[in-house]
Design a protein around this ligand. Structure first.
Ligand code: COA
Length: 152
């Protein structure tokens, strides 16, 4: 029987997470930056584990300066990373729900996220989870995308 557990990141999860990134982000430099932020602890990371296998990852951090213009409250977090190995099995939703709970427990007041046009197929997922579309935006790397927000 499948048993999905959402838990904090352990050092030994990093390789499995890198393999999940590689499914969706072809840019190796970008993937290296993600990994270094997991390793240095600047992104708080959760993993989804199914029968002992790491099958998804979410990560959040204090919202960076360039996202503050999209926030409404005084202590925003950013949902910085979200990806699952196999889609449409409830794993992404479970990761987001646990991240939102942790974020609220840490006294953040809202969550913002950016998703680039290269990942447009995930945009309706955020709509479906009641995130509000705020505005189009260009990421620091120049990629066009969209910002979402949800109060916690
Ligand atoms: C976006 C992503 C994390 C969603 O995770 P997932 O595990 O496939 O989603 P879930 O199975 O938990 O879906 C939860 C709900 O959202 C719905 N949903 C999932 N993907 C959807 C989509 N692309 N559009 C609309 N609804 C979607 C599901 O049908 C489900 O609905 P229900 O709760 O009413 O039954 C996953 O598609 C993914 O890893 N994508 C590639 C990486 C990526 O693009 N990440 C985001 C970049 S910012």
């Amino acid at each position: 029987m499948n048993k999905l557990v959402i838990r904090d990141l352990k050092k030994e999860d990093i390789e499995a997470i890198e393999n999940i990134y590689a499914l969706y982000w072809p840019d190796q430099k970008f993937r290296e930056r993600l990994s270094s932020r997991l390793k240095d602890g600047s992104v708080a990371c959760l993993v989804a584990e199914n029968n002992g296998e790491v099958v998804g990852v979410s990560g959040f951090r204090k919202a960076p300066e360039h996202m503050i213009e999209f926030t409404k409250t005084n202590n925003p977090a950013e949902l910085y990373i979200l990806a699952v190995k196999d889609r449409q099995q409830g794993i992404g939703k479970a990761l987001v729900e646990k991240a939102l709970k942790d974020i609220k427990n840490l006294n953040y007041t809202e969550v913002v996220l950016y998703s680039g046009e290269t990942h447009q197929d995930s945009w309706s997922f955020y709509d479906h989870l009641n995130f509000e579309r705020v505005a189009p935006s260009t990421a620091p790397n120049g990629e066009l995308g969209q910002i979402w927000r949800i109060l916690v």
